[in-house]
Ligand binder design. Sequence first.
Ligand SMILES: NC(=O)c1ccc[n+]([C@@H]2O[C@H](COP(=O)([O-])OP(=O)(O)OC[C@H]3O[C@@H](n4cnc5c(N)ncnc54)[C@H](O)[C@@H]3O)[C@@H](O)[C@H]2O)c1
Length: 152
Amino acid sequence: MTHTAAIIGGGVIGGGWAARFLLNGWNVSLFDPDPQATRKINELLTNARYALPMLYDTALPNEGTLTHVATIAEAVSGSEWIQESVPERLELKHKVFAEIESHAPKDTVIGSSTSGFKPSQLNEGMKTPNRLMVTHPFNPAQYTFLCTIILD
Ligand SMILES: NC(=O)c1ccc[n+]([C@@H]2O[C@H](COP(=O)([O-])OP(=O)(O)OC[C@H]3O[C@@H](n4cnc5c(N)ncnc54)[C@H](O)[C@@H]3O)[C@@H](O)[C@H]2O)c1
C-alpha cells in the first residue's frame, strides 16, 4: 500500500522532506503559495534522485508521486502524515495548524519543522493539541537521517 504525506511549505526544509518521502516510495501532496515552489522542488529533487541512493546499502523503492495542490485542504485530505515547514513565525504557524485541523483526518499526526518553538506554544488553540509534534530535521533534510523530536 502506498502511503501519503502532506507537505505544507516547500522551501529549503519542506522541499527536503518532500524528496525524502518521495524517494522512499510515499506519495506527496504539497502546498506552497510561492509561484517558484514547483521549480525549486524540481531542482532539489533532481539532485536528490542522484545523491540519496548513494547513502543506502539497498535499492530504494519506486518513487512516489508528487502532486502540487492549491490549498491546504487539498494537501491534507487523505494524508497519513502532515509535515509543516512554513516560515518561523508563530502567528503564521497557528493559522496553518487551524486550517490543517479543519480539513485533515482526525488521527493524522502533524509534525512541525520549527527550529525554536515548543509544542505547547505551537498547539495553543488547537482542538486536538496532542497530535502535534515537533519533528525538527537537520539540514539538508533530504540527506540527513536525523530528526529531533521535542516534547514539553
Ligand atoms: N533552514 C534550516 O536550516 C532549517 C533547519 C531545520 C528546521 N527549519 C525550520 O523549518 C521551517 C521552514 O524553514 P525553511 O528554511 O524551509 O524556510 P523557507 O523560507 O526556505 O521555506 C518556507 C516556505 O514556506 C512557504 N510558505 C509561506 N507561507 C506559507 C503558507 N501559509 N502555507 C504554506 N507554505 C507557506 C514559502 O513560500 C516557502 O517556500 C522553519 O520553521 C524553520 O525554523 C529550518
